[in-house]
Design a protein around this ligand. Sequence first.
Ligand code: FAD
Length: 437
Amino acid sequence: MKINVTGAGLAGSEAALQLAKQGIYVDLYEMRPDKQTGAHKTGDFAEFVCSNSLGSYDITNASGLLKHEMEFLGSELMPLIMESQVPAGTALAIDRVLFSKKVTDKILSNPFINVIRQEVTNLNTDIPTIVASGPLTSEKLSESIRNFLGIDYLYFFDAIAPIIEKESVNFDKAFYLNRYNKGDKDYINCPMNKEEYEKFYNILINSPKIELKSFEKDAKFFEGCLPIEVLASRGVDTLRFGPLKPIGLIDERTGINNYAVVQLRQDDKQANLYNLVGFQTNLKWGSQKELIQSIPGLENANIVRYGVMHRNTFINSPKALNPTLQSRKNSNIFFAGQITGTEGYTESIASGLLAGLNMAKYINNEPLFKLPNETMLGALMSYISYEGHTSFQPINSNWGILPHIDTDKKIRKNKKLKNELLANRAIEAIKDFLNTI
Ligand SMILES: Cc1cc2nc3c(=O)[nH]c(=O)nc-3n(C[C@H](O)[C@H](O)[C@H](O)COP(=O)(O)OP(=O)(O)OC[C@H]3O[C@@H](n4cnc5c(N)ncnc54)[C@H](O)[C@@H]3O)c2cc1C
């Protein structure tokens, strides 16, 4: 039997490799490079479309715990992520080009995976299929999924941050430092005084944005990835308490407490490219240039990629899916990745991993994996498939979705200690789970 996997993004690549690992043949459909999504730039698989950071790898961080669980479950992409790392303080960031190349090579050389470079326009429910077509699923397939589910799609908006060339940064003004001097000096920081910040803010607030299409006018934004102009519209100081907060970023050459600081994070292995942290935007490109070049240190910035904003599609998982990622309507169909309403790179890979494992169980007529709720991945799956949601919004891994842990008051008040307990419980739960299967 052959399985269809639709979309060779983060989730689809992981799912296809999981199936292949078990000796199951896969037809992996990918529409790029012939048809692009608007955010992807290449024809390579598992492309990171915006930031190059997967968040923390620290087990006492919710996203970090998820990564450790994925390693326990045998993720195929995690080792390639680790091989593609670039320095980024406490974050796990990668060279996106190198990583995609590694994933593409691994898939193309796998004898169990047949890559078909073609847009899927119709969901064929007769063939066991994992739909992993992502937040930018093509129009025709979106329509077909909508018809299949018979319930409303949901969507919100996401935006991408610009990338610049390091060579064009003026280091008389900019300086390398991680916040609070933690770890190496991975980030480039551009400090602003009050006057410079106000000039920057005025450009930002008065710049024209790219017009949305009529159907996009009632745009809903995901709170975690708000465009910088939307954040700025909430008040003149919002950015200084958000992505431009200056705390812990003092240039030792001046010793001055800055009014605001723009941070740039390394984007490629060679450290030629840097993205502007928190600068996802929908401003017109000319305005982006003016805005970026108003930042001290970036007067001559060479912008290699401008920010853009995109519609982001996800299904009504609480009505459509079981926590195993199998469709409630037709057991042949599984969903994985951001389209399920799990938000983020790590979460997308994690759900691809689970969908791959469960599809293998399904075609072998074995009971599907339902991960313990004490694990981050199990809790995420329970959350997205919980029927009682009054309004469903995509969700990142976070401690709030795990079952309560009974501790004394002292530990409850100490976030780090409490997270450690939750993380240890999750790891024990996943080990027990793996021992019983
Ligand atoms: C603009 C934008 C910015 C984002 N920024 C971040 C970020 O900074 N950090 C973060 O953690 N997450 C971010 N996300 C969210 C999410 O983590 C990524 O979108 C992630 O790539 C989702 O993984 P996926 O596998 O679900 O989808 P994708 O990685 O997008 O993979 C889906 C694949 O399916 C293909 N496809 C689509 N339709 C069809 C079809 N009909 N036939 C064949 N192939 C098809 C696409 O070409 C694509 O390769 C962002 C999302 C968007 C849209």
